[in-house]
Design a binder for this molecule. Structure first.
Ligand code: ZN
Length: 234
């Protein structure tokens, strides 16, 4: 059967699942396994994850955009920051139970822990998952070298900048960042690159390029990073 999923083993008990350019991550501890994001929902993601790990599986959502919540209906519940609950119910027909995650909350998988870091901006309830012991962050779409979508309701550049600044303060504890798009892992230099990019975007000197999508937004290449922004706002 055709599957939209490409699986890459990153390390022991750590996989990336690529669905048409959206990266999901599956991490297995000694007690439980955590799936981060559910993609577009183009296949049986839960069955796929359960073929990779035999541990009890739960799903956490980095943010409630359609390319990250598509297969949530395959789970009876998913974890998400409450600031994205409304966004989820607006964009998904799967009215499943949403369980809140909070800043500082910890998913302890057994031998491997991920702390919730609230990073609003891309969406109000965007979160990163920080494995301090392994110096690793799963960042969703907020920190990546692909075009960061900042067009439409709920996007907030000021909050985004504050979130980047907050990460900059802890960057010495981070070696690898696993984003939702473009490529992985990326290094913690991305936080400086994002701040530089924001400054460049602010100057208004960058010519927007066609996104190839039917939306009134353009892609702005700002130094090493890219933002997709409504063409009328710059
Ligand atoms: Zn995305």
């Amino acid at each position: 059967m055709d599957t939209p999923y490409k699986i890459s083993k990153i390390g022991d008990g750590f996989w990336a699942i690529d669905e048409r350019g959206v990266f999901m991550y599956l991490i297995e501890g000694t007690d439980e396994a955590m799936l981060v994001d559910t993609g577009f929902g183009g296949g049986d993601l839960k069955a796929l994850a359960e073929s990779l790990t035999k541990k009890p599986l739960f799903a956490v959502i980095t943010h409630a955009d359609p390319d990250h919540i598509g297969a949530c209906g395959q789970f009876s519940e998913v974890f998400m920051h409450p600031s994205d609950f409304d966004r989820y119910y607006e964009k998904s027909e799967n009215k499943i139970k949403l369980r809140p995650v909070w800043e500082g909350g910890v998913f302890d998988l057994g031998g491997r822990k991920f702390e919730v870091v609230h990073i609003p901006g891309h969406t109000p309830g965007s979160i990163a998952l920080f494995d301090k012991a392994n110096r690793l962050v799963i960042s969703g779409d907020s920190f990546q070298y692909g075009g960061i979508f900042m067009f439409g309701g709920g996007r907030n550049f000021r909050a985004f900048e504050a979130s980047v600044n907050r990460m900059l303060k802890i960057k010495d504890g981070i070696s690898e960042i696993y984003p939702g798009h473009d490529r992985y892992p990326v290094g913690s230099a991305i936080f400086e690159d994002l701040l530089d990019g924001l400054r460049i975007l602010e100057t208004g000197s960058v010519e927007g390029k066609d996104t190839g999508r039917p939306i009134p937004a353009k892609l702005y290449e700002c130094g090493k990073v890219k933002f997709i922004v409504g063409s009328q706002t710059t």
